[in-house]
Design a protein around this ligand. Structure first.
Ligand SMILES: Nc1nc2c(c(=O)[nH]1)N[C@H]1C(S)=C(S)[C@@H](COP(=O)(O)OP(=O)(O)OC[C@H]3O[C@@H](n4cnc5c(=O)[nH]c(N)nc54)[C@H](O)[C@@H]3O)O[C@H]1N2
Ligand SMILES: Nc1nc2c(c(=O)[nH]1)N[C@H]1C(S)=C(S)[C@@H](COP(=O)(O)OP(=O)(O)OC[C@H]3O[C@@H](n4cnc5c(=O)[nH]c(N)nc54)[C@H](O)[C@@H]3O)O[C@H]1N2
Ligand SMILES: [Mo]
Length: 759
């Protein structure tokens, strides 16, 4: 069938085929062929035109996207609150009425409290070159005189901190400081001799559209895959030769024991350590027990991580003697109470085995991004110094780098504390008293820790606006909801955030539904109502052309805009897959690491000066709140982990019937733990701790270690009249806390489970 994107289609059967892609926060970008007839999407097809090799296979979520776009739950009109906050009662109003009311409140609050009373939430719910809710909000608020924002990347701050400490900030010009590129092109797994998955599960969570494809290829080629994970994951089913169950949060103990085995048996790559790393001796002292009198033997680790000492020895030897080998750590286990240590330790293992900067090896670091074909946001990003709230904040203090290890002024609130800040304000030690919240492109009430407490924060606001497609748990607390267009209703450009390298062109497939508008348009309309002068009108076509003109990797390849738009995708050709830190390893004199010592810092002086026992200068296993050694464990003897959902992207797509059928929301529980509680497969169960209680279904399975349960994140918080969350959202139970390195500690949580609600 002929592929066309023109407005008028002389096509057979009046069906036109639009080439586009998704831009969900899964990080994948599935090429899609959207069949449109009489202005309506009638079918979604995966794009098979990219060739047999290096396929970008369309995922289950994208195949169901039509049911998302046309969901009867879509918000079509501006909606004004018409009942108590959180009641979900709203009435339809006109755009004019909605914008007038928002503008009046903004002006009133600004006059009464100043700009520091405004707050905006930033997340990755949708990020395109033109449409980007966080950038639209920043543009509006900076022009309005500033607003409070939050720091700490919800996904990966533990990993970012660890990469900054160990490798230093990225050196590539134009790279945002919080995005160290430590990934390899996924095809590089085929060059490995041994792949160890340290929680990584790309069959479920998309860390690059091509990740699972290449992992399966590697496995088919006969490369051994070992998985170390509290759960026997979908990836493990497809690829793992060996599954080693581990107690959540204890990988650092296991890896310290690997190091102990390597040192004792002289298996470490000492030449690599001498040449490229700094401070290995200090780490060795810790591992051998000279520092604290405890030798980190496999027997010591077994008591912490639950893996038999002999198995720890076996893997340590295999990893140290099989070259090259790649250890695939990831962000998830780092989203925990001492998450940064997990990443720092994994990098140290990769250094000890000499696998950094080598094809078939890995740099670890959890983030997996590659610095090719990455985004250039140009005109969308106002200069950061324009946030007057940050500049003028009187209590700003200079820290020596608790955030990203960079000296900067801390005027912001940590991501996983934002609702607490809304509740407590200055009296609670936060930089401002928040009165007005504009939420766009996130569902943070549902997605951050301790929902019941967060609700009190939202109730404390004078006014909240939500730009949304759906009546999400957070939008229910809004005073005004503005309806937003979906990906199919506008033009944009995107890229998969974790890998690639390629760009997609998202061609508009249908007209905006109902009265939906884009975030860019909304901010421009409100700027007009507020009388903000010189608020430039941005025109998509012009910005997207500029994007193509200015993005270095596209520019270099002289990509033709019209052809790219028509194809819907441009893939950057690579001679060989990207390997992180290749230059630093091959030519260390010319390319030192971007750290004070110029080397990979196993010991970091910048961390040492902080003098924080919970943030040691070498990677360590550290016991922490809500682990199995916490006295609270007696009352709440199960660790809850919350993997990202296979059938959703966080809380997005939760309403799609087809995807609900794929897998119901449920709690994985080991038969041993289930039996002790009289729980059988499919039983309705309650899960609770001091922060809340949820109801879900039990899935009794040996696919999870004993003493842990897994409930996928993103289910919608749906409290009944007793306050029991009937939606089964794990953040009803998680803590609103962050690790010393800034990780939102959403994976660290103790709970109890039972057939009766004993709370
Ligand atoms: N389908 C889908 N894909 C997604 C997303 C989505 O919502 N849906 N979200 C995207 C986003 S924003 C991100 S940041 C990435 C997140 O990617 P990750 O952060 O890698 O994903 P998580 O699901 O948090 O990963 C947790 C994995 O680690 C395992 N695990 C948990 N605790 C431990 C531990 O202590 N040790 C070890 N070894 N393993 C552990 C879990 O069983 C699970 O397999 O995924 C992206 N991809
Ligand atoms: N327990 C637990 N919680 C977690 C995690 C975990 O591992 N465990 N992982 C965390 C991670 S890694 C992340 S990244 C966060 C994600 O947290 P969020 O970013 O809050 O999650 P989403 O559910 O993706 O929310 C995106 C929202 O944006 C809306 N949206 C989509 N497109 C647009 C648009 O163009 N404009 C506007 N205005 N809105 C749009 C969607 O309808 C959706 O409601 O969750 C975190 N929460
Ligand atoms: Mo994320």
């Amino acid at each position: 069938m002929k592929v066309q994107n023109d407005e008028v289609q002389p096509n057979e059967d009046d069906v036109k085929i639009i080439r586009t892609s998704s831009t969900f926060d899964c990080g994948g970008r599935c090429p899609l062929l959207v069949h449109v007839k009489n202005g309506k999407i009638i079918r979604i097809e995966g794009d098979n035109l990219v060739g047999e090799e290096d396929q970008l296979r369309t995922c289950l979520r994208c195949r169901a996207i039509r049911h998302h776009i046309y969901s009867p739950e879509r918000i079509m009109y501006p909606m004004k609150r018409d009942g108590p906050k959180g009641s979900g009662k709203f009435k339809r109003v006109s755009w004019d009425e909605a914008l007038d009311e928002i503008a009046e409140n903004m002006i009133r609050i600004k006059e009464k409290y100043g700009n520091e009373a405004f707050f905006t939430q930033l997340s990755g719910g949708y990020i395109g070159a033109f449409h980007s809710p966080p950038l639209a909000m920043i543009r509006l608020f900076y022009a309005f005189g500033g607003a409070g924002i939050h720091y700490g990347n919800v996904s990966s701050e533990g990993a970012v901190w660890a990469c900054m400490a160990t490798y230093g900030p990225p050196t590539k010009p134009g790279t945002p400081p919080g995005s160290p590129f430590v990934g390899h092109g996924r095809k590089d797994m085929l060059n490995s001799k041994l792949i160890i998955l340290l929680g990584w599960d790309p069959a479920r969570m998309i860390s690059g559209t091509d990740s699972i494809y290449n992992l399966i290829k590697a496995h088919e080629k006969g490369i051994k895959v070992i998985s170390i994970n509290p759960r026997y994951s979908d990836t493990d089913i497809a690829c793992a030769d060996d599954w080693i169950p581990i107690i959540p949060g204890t990988d650092t103990a296991m890896m310290a024991a690997w190091a102990n085995v390597m040192i004792k048996e002289n298996l470490q790559d000492q030449a690599f350590l001498d040449k490229y790393t700094h401070g290995f001796d200090k780490f060795k002292e810790y591992v051998m027990g000279q520092e604290d009198g405890i030798e980190k033997t496999p027997e010591w680790a077994e008591k912490i991580c639950g893996i038999p000492a002999e198995k720890i020895r076996e893997v340590a030897r295999e990893y140290a003697t099989t070259k090259p080998a790649c250890l695939m750590d990831c962000q998830g286990p780092a989203r925990s109470a001492r998450g940064e240590q997990y990443i720092r330790m994994a990098i140290t293992m990769s250094a000890m085995t000499g696998n950094i900067g080598k094809s078939g090896g890995s740099a670890c670091g959890g983030l997996m991004g590659i610095p090719m074909a990455h985004m250039f946001f140009g005109p969308m990003v106002p200069p950061s110094q324009m946030n007057l709230v940050e500049i003028n904040y009187p209590g700003k203090k200079k820290t020596s780098g608790s955030v990203n290890l960079q000296d900067r002024l801390i005027t912001k609130v940590h991501t996983n504390k934002m609702f607490h800040a809304m509740l407590k304000g200055k009296a609670g030690g936060y930089p401002f008293d928040i009165k007005f919240l504009w939420a766009a492109g996130n569902d943070f009430l549902n997605q951050l820790g301790n929902i019941n407490a967060s609700i009190e924060g939202l109730k404390n606001l004078e006014y909240q606006v939500s730009n949304e497609l759906f009546m999400t748990p957070q939008a229910r607390y809004a005073d005004m909801i503005l309806p937003v267009t979906s990906i199919m209703e506008r033009n944009d450009i995107g890229r998969p955030w974790p890998s690639g390298p390629y760009f997609v062109y998202m061609n508009k497939a249908i007209e905006p539904m109902g009265e939906c508008k884009s975030d860019v348009e909304i901010t421009e309309l409100i700027a007009e109502k507020l009388g903000i002068e010189n608020f430039k009108h941005l025109e998509d076509e012009r910005v997207l052309r500029q994007f193509v003109r200015k993005t270095p990797d596209i520019k270099k390849h002289k990509v033709d805009y019209a052809k790219y738009k028509e194809d819907g995708i441009w893939r950057m050709q690579q001679d060989e897959p990207y390997v992180a830190f290749k230059k630093q390893i091959e030519e260390p004199e010319l390319y030192p690491f971007n750290t004070p010592s110029g080397k990979i810092e196993i010991y970091s002086e910048r961390v040492a000066v902080q003098n924080n026992p919970d943030l040691p200068p070498i990677p360590k296993y550290l016991s922490h709140w809500e682990d199995r050694f916490d006295p609270l464990y007696e009352q709440y003897p199960l660790q809850m982990i919350s993997p990202h959902p296979k059938n959703r992207v966080h809380s997005e797509l939760a309403e799609v019937d087809w995807l609900k059928e794929v897998v119901p929301q449920r709690a994985w529980i080991n038969p041993v733990d289930a039996e002790a509680r009289g729980i059988k497969m499919g039983d309705d169960v309650y899960v609770w701790n001091d922060r809340g209680i949820l109801a879900t279904e039990a899935w009794v399975t040996k696919r999870i270690v004993t003493g842990a349960i897994a409930i996928p994140e993103g289910a919608w918080f749906t409290p009944d009249e007793k306050g029991i969350d009937r939606g089964g959202c794990p953040n009803t139970l998680t803590k609103d806390e962050y690790s010393p390195g800034g990780a939102s500690a959403l994976k660290t949580c103790l709970v109890q489970v039972g057939k009766e609600a004993l709370r």
